[in-house]
Design a binder for this molecule. Structure first.
Ligand code: ADP
Ligand code: MG
Length: 247
């Protein structure tokens, strides 16, 4: 069985005259972290939104586990196994860590059956939430009010909420943004621990983290991929050096 979990082919998104994402092709593999870097405005968040269904492409296609999902709603794509985090946090501050994760786990329940609170459905959501809490290393924070947690813990919580939907593919938009060194290290360890069982796309500005984590690196500038491949090769690419890394 192919280990490619998510494929984009010729993805393009135009906003009026601007091609925010221009003919991007990429594959996300289970067991690999695919980092996407590029200056502000390069199209990284737009690309993430195209893969998650939050935006419909102008051209091109997306497939998840071999199935064409182009034009599907984000809810349907999420139920099919794609989890994403947002650049801006998505937590409910007055609720506890556990309550936030439990609510996220609920959202995996198929739409048509949501009104039906059968015992087994509740048990399954509880199980997904428990597993996500543990995977994200938040057991000790279970009963803490989310809004009172540190910035780093809130970002961990957001990953846990994504994991609670039991995704095969994770799209993470700047999970290390605003973190101190210790928090960033914890997040790097968490992402490494999740790598084995997931296909991951990581949009990130922290270059130390990118080069620690990435198995594959894509560089975008003005909506286009200017280099893609093994991180060491991409780093050595003169186009990348002049366009982005500033060396
Ligand atoms: P990045 O995440 O790499 O910083 P974005 O994907 O947010 O870049 O933006 C890429 C380009 O598309 C930018 O020029 C941005 O201004 C533009 N853009 C993004 N979203 C929209 C939108 N909804 N409408 C119009 N232009 C947009
Ligand atoms: Mg962005």
């Amino acid at each position: 069985m192919s280990e490619v979990r998510l494929s984009a082919r010729g993805l393009t998104k135009r906003f009026g005259g601007l091609a925010a994402v221009n003919d991007v092709t990429l594959d996300l593999w289970r067991g690999r972290i695919h980092a996407v870097i590029g200056p502000n405005g390069a199209g990284k968040s737009t690309l993430t939104n195209l893969l998650s269904g939050d935006l419909a492409p102008t051209a091109g296609s997306v497939s998840l586990a071999g199935r064409d999902i182009t034009g599907w709603s984000p809810e349907r794509i999420s139920r099919e196994g794609l989890g994403r985090s947002y650049q801006k946090t998505n937590i409910f501050p007055p609720f506890t860590v556990w309550e936030n994760i439990r609510l996220a786990a609920q959202s995996r329940t198929p739409h048509a059956a949501r009104w039906l609170q059968s015992a087994s459905r509740v048990a399954q959501a509880n199980e997904r939430a428990e597993r996500a809490l543990e995977l994200a290393g938040l057991q000790a924070r279970r009963s803490s009010v989310a809004g009172a947690s540190s910035h780093g813990e809130q970002r961990q919580l957001e990953i846990a909420m994504t994991l609670a939907t039991d995704p095969q593919v994770l799209l993470l938009d700047e999970p290390l943004a605003g973190m101190g060194t210790a928090e960033a290290q914890r997040m790097v360890d968490l992402l490494l621990s999740l790598k084995k069982d997931h296909a991951m796309m990581l949009v990130e500005h922290d270059m130390d983290a990118v080069f620690t984590l990435a198995d594959h690196l894509t560089v975008m500038v003005n909506g286009q991929v200017i280099a893609s491949g093994a991180p060491a090769d991409v780093r050595a690419n003169p186009d990348v050096q002049s366009a982005y890394l500033g060396a």
